[in-house]
Design a protein around this ligand. Structure first.
Ligand code: HEC
Length: 420
């Protein structure tokens, strides 16, 4: 899953990105395992301590929405200027691009630092976004234009992950003009759909994915390998809550002549799971509903990472995110929800750029270090870490990652504090 040789994101000297920035490639993982460096104990309402960051940013904006407007404005400006690769390093444009990237970095830092509304399940993403945006700007300042552009494209993974978790019916119409520019620049369908998701044009993104699934520019197997079907299902289920639309799309995708048998089998399993998920649930308790879906998902898996289970894991994580957002006060329940989110994410987290699995497992430990889920979450987190850092070159767990695990271990092992 992860590459033991991947660089740590805190290494400011990294310059080489062998990847084509015009087509983000799953094989490129310059940021793999960055999460261990990033995950911090910001635990919101059930906080052990509430974390405030020494901020280098402007005063925090009033609401998430106003922070988003700023981020969108600065990102779209920087993005427009990056569409033409040659222009990005063009001395005549340098001042303008530098200004946009600096502003983007500042607005991402201010989103990271503002305390409002966003849940603890989003904390990792806002830190990660702030980190990426800062690195993109610093890389530009150093004259590393390719790296900067690469980071600019990659950081949209943070926007996508955050936006495709929870239901939303409204598209962000102000992005329509930006969308026109993307079309003019002939951005690949797959990348266009990602940028549309990042800028919250959900219907447009679904349409773009559907166009991609019909187009013959990629084979059916390539489409599956790109992760586009999974991304599409996340949007259709978690954001739009429209399994019917996903069923219709998969049915027509299955009619393509180039769908290999293995994929045809997965698609037919997805369709039958979607039919199940579509039925109204009799369970009104979101945690219980999430648990039941997790169980169905694991029953559906015949081997580790079996794609057959995707629909149930996606639906389960959507339900669990809604549960977490309802701000439950029972620590043990919250820890359970985060543990299950971590497990679900380890199956459906497809981004090469970031992994939320560690963050969810760590949060499961921190919210209730002496509760029934801490040990389970720790065991899973440790095995996930070993799996990520052990490869043909042996075991290469960096010292800071080890120290981080030790810290969590101590939290579990130390005697519980007496109630104040
Ligand atoms: C930590 C989670 C998170 C991250 C990361 C994030 N967003 Fe958002 N974004 C949200 C939430 C939540 C809303 C909905 C806010 C509301 O409607 O009050 C939102 C709303 C928006 C909106 C719509 C604003 C409106 O008026 O409807 C835009 C545009 C947007 N985000 C762009 C971005 C871009 C671009 C990025 C990445 C560079 C990004 N966001 C990263 C959580 C996030």
């Amino acid at each position: 899953m992860r590459d033991a040789s991947a660089e740590n994101s805190t290494d400011r000297d990294k310059t080489q990105h062998p990847c084509n920035v015009n087509k983000l490639d799953r094989a490129c993982k310059p940021h793999a395992l960055r999460q261990m460096a990033l995950v911090v104990a910001g635990l919101g309402w059930i906080a052990v301590s509430s974390v405030t960051h020494a901020s280098d940013a402007k005063p925090a904006p009033q609401t998430t929405r106003s922070a988003m407007h700023e981020i969108y404005g600065t990102l779209s400006t920087a993005f427009r200027l990056s569409l033409n690769e040659a222009d990005f390093g063009n001395p005549a444009k340098r001042k303008e691009i530098n200004k946009a990237l600096k502003a983007l970095s500042e607005s991402a830092a201010s989103l990271r630092d503002h305390e409002q509304q966003l849940g603890v399940d989003d904390d990792y993403l806002r830190r990660s976004l702030a980190d990426d945006a800062r690195e993109a700007w610093l890389a530009y300042e150093r004259g590393h234009y390719e790296e900067s552009r690469f980071l600019l494209y990659g950081m949209t993974e943070n926007c996508i992950s955050c936006h495709s978790k929870r239901p939303d019916d409204t598209d962000f119409d102000l992005a329509k003009n930006f969308e026109k520019d993307l079309r003019k620049a002939d951005v690949l369908l797959e990348d266009r759909a990602r940028i549309e998701t990042a800028t919250r044009q959900f219907d447009t993104a679904l349409n773009t994915y559907e166009e991609m699934f019909r187009a013959q520019t990629m084979t059916a197997a390539q489409i599956e390998l790109s992760g586009a079907l999974l991304r599409y299902l996340k949007l259709a289920l978690r954001v739009k809550r429209d399994p019917g639309r996903a069923i219709a799309t998969l049915q027509s995708f299955a009619k393509r002549e180039d769908v290999p048998r293995y994929l045809r089998n997965h698609v037919s399993k997805w369709i039958s799971s979607l039919e199940e998920v579509r039925k109204p649930s009799s369970e009104s308790n979101l945690l219980k509903a999430g648990e039941a879906l997790m169980k169905k998902a694991s029953q559906q898996s015949q081997f580790p990472e079996d794609p057959d289970s995707f629909v149930y894991y996606i639906e389960a994580s959507g339900v669990l995110h809604r549960y977490v957002e309802s701000k439950p006060t029972q620590k043990a329940d919250l820890a359970k929800a985060f543990f299950l989110l971590g497990v679900a994410e380890s199956h459906i987290g497809y981004s090469y750029w970031l992994s939320e699995t560690d963050h969810f497992l760590e949060t499961a430990i921190r919210v209730d270090p002496h509760g029934p889920y801490a040990e389970k979450a720790y065991t899973y987190l440790e095995s996930f870490t070993y799996a990520g850092w052990t490869g043909s070159g042996g075991e290469q767990i960096p010292e800071d990652v080890k120290a981080h695990l030790d810290e969590l271990r101590t939290l579990i092992d130390q005697p519980a504090k007496k109630k104040q």
